[in-house]
Ligand binder design. Structure first.
Ligand SMILES: *Cc1c(COP(=O)(O)O)cnc(C)c1O
Length: 369
C-alpha cells in the first residue's frame, strides 16, 4: 500500500476536476446504430481530406513542420486573416488548456456560464484557478450576469458562441457589449466551434472583435463541420502578444502531419463545406419542427444539435427516453453533467437517422408506461 504522506501530489485544484465523460459510442442489439451524441458531422470529412490523410502515411517517420505554417496560410486565405495571428493546436481543447495555463493561476477566477462547455471548468481548475459559473437566461448567456460576476480576480471569460449543449447564441451586439464592459486586462475567449453552422445575420464568430482589440481570442475547430474529430485539430485567432505567449508554451510539434495535411485539404474544399452546411440547415429545422409537433420542448438551436426537454414524469423522463432510443440504436447524449437533467442532446444526423429519431420519439411518447 502506498503511504499517503509520501506519494507524489498533483498541483492544487487538479483533484477537484470532474473527469470529462464523453457521449457514448455504442448501442447493442439494434440492427443499425446511429451515434448522435457527440455533434460529429453525419457527412464525414471532405474526400480530399481523406486522400491527404492517406498520403501522409508515407511521411510517418518525419516530425511535422512545427509552426503549422502551411495550414495557417490556408486558414488565413479562407477567412481573410493574417497567418501570423493564428496558432494551431491538437483540437481546440489543447488551445483552451494553453490559454488557461498561460493566463490563470492560484487566486485567479475564470467566468463561464451555467450550461457552458465542460472543458472550461477543467482547464481552469487544472491551472489552479477558480471557475465562476454564471446563471443563464432561458438557456442563453446573460451579459449582465457575466459582467456582474467580474471581480478584481477575474482573468478570463469563456464564452461558447454558439454554446454547447444549449445551441443558443449571443448576437454580435451583445458580444460587443460584454467586451466593452470588461477591464482590458481580462482575456475574453470566444469559443466558436459551431460558428460555421450559424445562418443568422446578427451573428459574428469573433474575428472582428479579435482584429480590433487586444484582449479577445477566438478558438475554432476542425472537429465539427470539417469532420476531422479523430485527428484532433483546432486553431485560434488572437492578438500578437497572446500568439507569442501560446507559442512559448505549446508543444513544438503539437499538430501531426496527417492532421495538418487533412486540415489544409478540408479548408480548401468549399463544396463539401457548403454541402455539410446546407444539410444541417435543412435537418436542424426539420427536427425542430417534427419533435416540437410531438409535444416536446425543443430549444431553438443555431448549431448542429438540439436540446430536447422531457417531462419530469415517471416513464417519460430524459433518462427513460434515452434508454428507449438506445434500444433502437439511436445514441443521444444525457446532459445532466451540464446541469440539464431533464434534457437530451441530439446531433443532426443523416436523413435516415433523423427520421428514425422522430419515429422512435413518437413511439416513446405514445406507448403505455
Ligand atoms: C466540440 C467542441 C469543441 C471542439 O473541441 P476539439 O478539441 O477541437 O475537438 C470546442 N468547444 C465546444 C463548445 C465544443 O462543443
Amino acid at each position: 500500500m502506498a503511504n499517503e504522506m509520501t506519494t507524489p501530489k498533483p498541483q492544487k485544484g487538479i483533484l477537484e476536476i470532474e473527469p470529462y465523460v464523453g457521449g457514448r459510442a455504442h448501442a447493442h442489439g439494434a440492427a443499425r446504430v446511429f451515434k448522435l451524441s457527440a455533434n460529429e458531422t453525419p457527412l464525414g470529412p471532405s474526400p480530399l481530406a481523406k486522400e491527404a490523410f492517406i498520403a501522409a502515411a508515407n511521411q510517418l517517420e518525419f516530425y511535422p513542420e512545427g509552426s503549422a505554417a502551411e495550414l495557417r496560410e490556408a486558414i488565413a486565405e479562407r477567412f481573410g486573416l493574417k497567418a501570423d495571428r493564428i496558432v494551431c493546436g491538437s483540437g481546440s481543447d489543447e488551445l483552451l488548456h494553453l490559454l488557461a495555463q498561460a493566463y490563470l493561476g492560484e487566486g485567479d477566477e475564470a467566468i463561464a456560464t451555467e450550461h457552458g462547455f465542460l472543458v472550461y471548468p477543467i482547464v481552469t481548475k487544472a491551472a489552479g484557478a477558480k471557475i465562476v459559473q454564471v446563471k443563464e437566461k432561458n438557456l442563453r448567456a446573460d451579459v449582465d450576469a457575466i459582467l456582474a460576476a467580474v471581480t478584481p480576480k477575474t482573468k478570463i471569460i469563456f464564452l461558447a458562441n454558439p454554446n454547447n449543449p444549449t445551441g443558443s447564441y449571443l448576437p454580435v451586439d451583445e458580444v460587443k457589449r460584454l467586451h466593452a464592459g470588461l477591464r482590458p486586462d481580462i482575456l475574453f475567449v470566444i469559443d466558436a466551434a459551431y460558428s460555421e453552422y450559424v445562418t443568422k445575420n446578427d451573428y459574428e464568430s469573433g474575428i472582428e472583435l479579435v482584429a480590433t482589440s487586444q484582449n479577445v481570442v477566438m478558438t475554432r475547430t476542425f472537429s465539427k463541420i470539417y469532420g476531422l474529430a479523430a485527428l484532433r485539430l483546432g486553431w485560434m485567432y488572437a492578438p500578437a502578444h497572446v500568439i507569442d505567449v501560446i507559442n512559448r508554451i505549446r508543444g513544438p510539434f503539437n499538430v501531426s502531419i496527417p492532421a495538418l495535411q487533412a486540415g489544409i485539404a478540408s479548408i480548401r474544399d468549399i463544396d463539401h463545406f457548403e454541402k455539410a452546411r446546407a444539410h444541417n440547415t435543412e435537418w436542424l429545422d426539420w427536427l425542430t419542427v417534427e419533435i416540437s409537433k410531438l409535444g416536446l420542448e425543443v430549444a431553438a438551436s443555431v448549431a448542429n444539435f438540439l436540446l430536447i426537454r422531457f417531462p419530469n414524469e415517471k416513464g417519460r423522463t430524459a433518462k427513460d427516453a434515452d434508454e428507449f432510443l438506445m434500444k433502437r440504436g439511436l445514441i443521444l447524449r444525457q446532459v445532466s453533467s451540464y446541469g440539464l437533467p431533464d434534457h437530451l442532446r441530439l446531433s443532426v444526423g443523416i436523413e435516415e437517422a433523423n427520421r428514425a429519431v422522430v419515429a422512435a420519439l413518437a413511439d416513446f411518447l405514445g406507448r403505455k408506461s
